[in-house]
Design a binder for this molecule. Structure first.
Ligand code: ADE
Length: 245
């Protein structure tokens, strides 16, 4: 997967992409991230990227020309590109969209704005897709781009060390995860569910599925409406509802 990011804080990307699964994916050649500094595409001595808003009001707006120069130069290599703009007004980001993007053959170019926003003509001219990572306002698109890149990168074949982690995730697709435990067996007076120490893998699978469904019913019942539930899940849910969950 080929990704390019355009922002005024490339350090943020460099720091995050140097760790964990995304780092390994880059090292393994599964993921490539070109990290561009918007200020490199300014022409004045102060490397200005913003200006006061037409119509007045607080804050600054990012000028269109540095974006234009950067995008035209990045695209000049002829690589087919899908340009994504993280913004609160975009399509809500979720696992379905992450999977869609993980299968995207085109390079994904993320345009990251700061200040009050980017001159809207940049969006109109270049954005193929606008994505929101949640109903709150971040101070820039960088974190949102990283959220998207992270969620997409771990879906790329070979990115997650133990492929069972992804199997496990698709097993619990659309519902919350089950609780996890490791040593010690007792900590602050709290034990670990006996079944997990039993070595009975069939029983462990059923217990995990049940706990995942229980958590979802208690904390995010809205997810159950969309989740792909098997007949066994529906039976488990019925028996959970009979208990106090
Ligand atoms: N930029 C600022 N807030 C954002 C959000 N919630 N999602 C995506 N991009 C953003």
């Amino acid at each position: 997967m080929h990704v390019a990011v355009l922002s005024i804080i490339p350090d943020v990307f460099e720091a995050y992409l140097a760790h964990g699964i995304v780092h390994r994916a880059i090292e393994a050649g599964i993921l490539r991230v070109d990290n561009h500094n918007l200020r490199d595409f300014t022409t004045d001595r102060h490397r200005t990227v913003d200006d006061t808003p037409y119509g007045g009001g607080p804050g600054m707006v990012m000028k269109p020309e540095p974006f234009e120069r950067a995008i035209e130069q990045i695209k000049a290599d002829g690589v087919e590109t899908r340009t994504i703009m993280p913004t609160p007004q975009g399509r809500p980001f979720d696992q379905v969209l992450a999977e869609e993007l993980s299968r995207e053959p085109r390079r994904l170019l993320f345009l990251c704005g700061r200040y009050e926003g980017i001159d809207d003509r940049v969006r109109e001219t270049y954005a193929d897709l606008e994505i929101s990572v949640g109903d709150y306002v971040l101070s820039g698109g960088e974190l949102a781009a990283l959220v998207i890149i992270d969620a997409v990168a771990r879906l790329l074949p070979g990115a997650v060390g133990d492929e069972r982690s992804l199997d496990d995730e698709s097993f619990s697709w659309g519902i919350l995860d089950y609780p996890h435990y490791t040593r010690p067996p007792e900590w602050k007076g709290l034990g670990v569910p006996d079944v997990l120490l039993s070595g009975n893998h069939r029983e462990i699978d059923v217990w995990r599925r049940r706990e995942a469904l229980r958590r979802t019913l208690k904390l995010r019942p809205d997810l159950l409406e969309k989740a792909a539930l098997s007949d066994e899940d529906l039976k488990l849910l019925e028996s959970i509802k009979e208990e106090e969950y």
